[in-house]
Design a protein around this ligand. Structure first.
Ligand code: GRF
Length: 228
């Protein structure tokens, strides 16, 4: 019988709180994706423990020994993805820049979450830069991955206010809570075909209404909005 759920690999390098949100969401029987693999480029990534605790297969492909051989690293990673019959990749705090070849091979099938309202503040240290720039709104973005870092077509965004007196940690926490709501919804849309990459643009049939974040697909039980 054909598998109804898309087989997703979550790629991480660190703490894995977004992974935790995806794990919680994927527990719902109606969620259209199965987390079939959690792959880390660091053996010490704390997120690996979350995956193991949830009974999800894990793989470690250390990037460090490959040095500048990014294609070699990706070939090793690709072998693990193929073994696990992965159909969709969700980058969640994966701190390696991928080659154009790898990104092209996964075009329309790889998502990333970024802690800013792209195209504002691509790259690192987004919260400190938002505070320094004096913006009143900040947030997070889930996008299809294209070769330009943090440049891919936007699937979904969530905004939060920047409040007087915010420091980097306070703002980061406010954004992270939204990341944990947004990513499970956006991954559900991509896995169900409601979000697609077409002609270089993201076509999204779902809506960004508040209810859509809680219930990203008709018939899908409300996703938890509070994450540990
Ligand atoms: C998140 O802020 C995400 O937007 C960025 O990296 C961070 C990962 O955090 N890409 P976590 O590992 O999911 O807790």
């Amino acid at each position: 019988m054909a598998e109804l759920k898309r087989r997703v690999a979550v790629l991480i390098s660190g703490r894995g709180s977004n992974l935790g949100a995806l794990i919680e969401a994927a527990r719902h029987p109606a969620y259209p994706a199965e987390l079939a693999l959690v792959l880390s480029n660091r053996a010490d990534a704390a997120g690996l423990e979350r995956a193991r605790a949830a009974g999800i297969p894990t793989a470690v492909v250390e990037s460090r020994p490959f040095g500048r051989d990014r294609a070699g690293f990706e070939a090793a990673m690709g072998a693990r993805l193929a073994e696990a019959r992965i159909e969709l990749i969700a980058l969640a705090g994966f701190m390696r820049v991928l080659t154009e070849d790898f990104v092209t091979a996964w075009s329309g099938r790889m998502l990333n979450i970024h802690p800013s309202l792209l195209p504002a503040f691509p790259g690192l240290d987004t919260h400190a830069r938002a505070i320094a720039a004096g913006v009143r709104l900040h947030g997070c973005t889930v996008h299809f991955v294209t070769p330009g870092v943090d440049e891919g077509p936007v699937i979904a965004q969530s905004a939060v206010p920047v409040l007087p007196g915010d420091d980097e940690a306070a703002l980061a926490a406010r954004v992270l809570a939204e990341e944990h709501r947004l990513y499970p919804a956006a991954l559900a849309w991509a896995a169900s075909g409601a979000a697609r990459l077409e002609g270089g643009r993201a076509v999204v049939e779902a809506t960004m209404a508040e209810g859509a974040l809680a219930n990203p697909l008709p018939g899908l039980p409300a996703l938890p909005t509070e994450m540990p």
